[in-house]
Design a protein around this ligand. Structure first.
Ligand SMILES: C[S@@+](CC[C@H](N)C(=O)[O-])C[C@H]1O[C@@H](n2cnc3c(N)ncnc32)[C@H](O)[C@@H]1O
Length: 551
């Protein structure tokens, strides 16, 4: 039988998938920073900054944060082939696609069901990235390709076109659940002419899809189904020309938003309408062209970054704060969690912090320490009054914790055998094994064998000792009936089947084949590539205000 074909992008090495070790994170308390005093009831202190490769870091976050991130913004290396001060942007196309695919897959798992992803990219990879994202997120979950006017003037030395824009590809985890805010204009338009029982203004639109070219059953078969009218009759979407049509909403959405459906019994029988409320629609929908006047340009961000870092080398590819503000306004609310796994100079965290969002940032380069930490310190102290500070009336407060990725749990000994790393103490070992086995690390202060749990009655205990029959009998009695314990130990003596509430496994044997151990940098393929030849570079002062193609 012929195998089912699908539309997909292929590239060299597409089938190679890393088997990632779920690392634990180690806080570096000296680099963590918290405001000395509370500024408000809503100050957020549990923000996370991770220094390290984002593939391992995203994997490290997965156990705790899967399904919890409302908005992901990333500004990855654009793969333009030019060498930058802080990272090498010149990846070969296939490596770049593989690198992005592996990261985007985890990002998707981290997103909440109503969350969205926003990626800035230029013409070099935008169209390949679109197809890749379609594959990972599903084509229906594409929201828009926003054009951001990144430059406010032409580059006179351009050979063909002077490129003035970047793309912002936007995807929903689930288009049916995603909600974007409107751009606030502060007015209620006159067409919200109806009022519901609570006094809210609204207008209605037909629930049958109309005039979009794909408004037939044939075009969207799953959107053709019966709705039940108030008299109990089944109503199917039918176009005025008698052709079978389709609804705008899926059955799932009809169920979730049943209270917005309004029925009208006209000459043709029952017709379904849906309500559009003024409170969810004040302002206007975001448009797909964002001008530099509205959200800033590369020139804006260079000036912002220059005023933040007068005494360290400038970060060359920051985004303007207003651009991130626009995205966070549309895609998140106060208290929501925002993630940027290509943090650069930390713009996303800085803006998220000022807007009262919780944030996680990941950055591989040393500028994690030299740029992000001091930038966020200025935000927390309230001394950063640039960017969006004045518009959001930012006064300071909150904090963040700085983490490094732990070393690999297994290392090679002098005979080339994998053994538990000497850098792991007992607590780290228990934490790492909990993560690997899908348990929550929560050591009980009273019961030594309750180091982690997967449910109320299933526990995990790690020891580097050899357990004998007496200890196992005692453990089994303590665990008792109705509870179970996974024991990861160096070795044990006795017949494991004698204790049905205990599961005994030897470490490291039990975990050896689980993942790629000792693999520290999945961006190595980036770093190992030769640096692109630096062509006659313009003088630094000239570049500072040159509004050309960066990122
Ligand atoms: C275009 S910059 C992001 C700039 C950022 N939006 C800002 O406003 O400052 C891309 C960043 O991704 C980082 N990066 C590249 N590969 C990475 C990886 N594997 N893990 C973590 N960060 C990485 C680079 O070091 C660089 O700082």
């Amino acid at each position: 039988m012929k195998s089912k074909q699908k539309l997909e992008l292929t590239w060299v090495g597409k089938d190679n998938r890393p088997r990632l070790e779920p690392r634990i994170l180690i806080e570096d308390a000296e680099k963590s920073y918290h405001a000395a005093a509370r500024m408000s009831e809503t100050d957020i202190f549990d923000n996370v900054l991770i220094h390290g490769d984002n593939l391992l870091a995203l994997k490290a976050l997965e156990a705790e944060y899967a399904g919890k991130v409302k908005c992901v913004f990333i500004d990855p290396p654009y793969n333009t082939g030019s060498a930058f001060t802080h990272y090498d942007d010149g990846l070969e196309h296939s490596i770049w696609l593989g690198l992005m695919r592996d990261r985007l897959e985890i990002i998707r798992r981290l997103l909440s069901e109503d969350g969205s992803l926003w990626i800035t990219i230029d013409d070099h990879e935008a169209h390949y990235l679109k197809v890749l994202c379609d594959e990972i997120f599903g084509r229906p979950n594409f929201i828009a390709n926003v054009i951001w006017e990144k430059s406010d003037s032409p580059k006179m030395d351009s050979r063909f076109f002077s490129s003035r824009h970047d793309h912002i590809l936007t995807y929903a985890k689930d288009i049916e659940r995603a909600r974007l805010a409107r751009i606030n204009t502060g007015e209620v338009a006159s067409h919200f002419s109806k009022t519901d029982e609570k006094g809210r203004h609204y207008y209605t639109k037909p629930l049958r899809a109309m005039g979009s070219g794909d408004d037939t059953r044939e075009a969207r078969p799953t959107m053709y189904y019966a709705l039940i009218a108030p008299d109990g009759s089944e109503i199917f979407p039918v176009r005025p020309d008698g052709v079978e049509g389709r609804w705008r909403w899926s059955p799932k959405k009809v169920q979730a938003e049943a209270d917005k459906i309004e029925w009208v019994n006209g000459r043709q029988g029952w017709s379904a309408y849906y309500r559009i409320y003024a409170d969810s629609s004040t302002g206007r929908p975001p448009e797909t062209i964002w001008t530099h006047g509205d959200v800033g340009s590369n020139r804006t961000s260079k000036i912002e970054i220059q005023s933040l870092f007068s005494d360290v080398e400038q970060f060359t590819t920051p985004k303007p704060e207003r651009l991130i503000q626009r995205i966070l306004e549309l895609a998140s609310g106060p208290g929501d969690l925002v993630l940027d796994s290509f943090a650069g100079s930390g713009t996303t965290g800085a803006v998220a912090h000022k807007m009262g969002r919780r944030w996680i940032m990941i950055e591989l380069g040393q500028h994690c320490t030299t740029h992000i930490v001091p930038r966020l310190q200025q935000v927390i102290d309230g001394t950063d009054q640039g960017g969006v500070s004045k518009t959001v009336e930012w006064r300071g407060g909150g904090g963040f914790r700085y983490y490094e990725l732990a070393p690999s749990l297994l290392e090679k000994d002098k005979w080339g055998r994998e053994v538990i790393s000497k850098e792991y103490d007992a607590a780290m070992l228990a934490q790492a094994l909990c993560k690997l086995e899908g348990f929550t690390y929560a050591p009980s202060p009273d019961v030594y064998w309750q180091q982690g749990h997967s449910s109320e009655s299933d526990f995990l205990y790690v020891t580097t000792q050899t357990l004998g029959p007496e200890e196992l009998v005692a453990l089994s009695e303590e665990v008792g009936e109705g509870r179970s314990l996974l024991i990861l130990c160096a070795a044990f003596r006795g017949n494991a089947e004698l204790w049905p509430n205990l599961t005994l496994r030897k470490i490291p044997n039990h975990i050896r084949s689980r993942c790629e151990w000792g693999h520290d940098d999945y961006s190595l393929n980036v770093a190992n590539l030769p640096q692109a030849e630096v062509k006659a570079a313009p003088a630094p002062q000239a570049r500072l205000f040159d509004d050309g193609d960066v990122s």
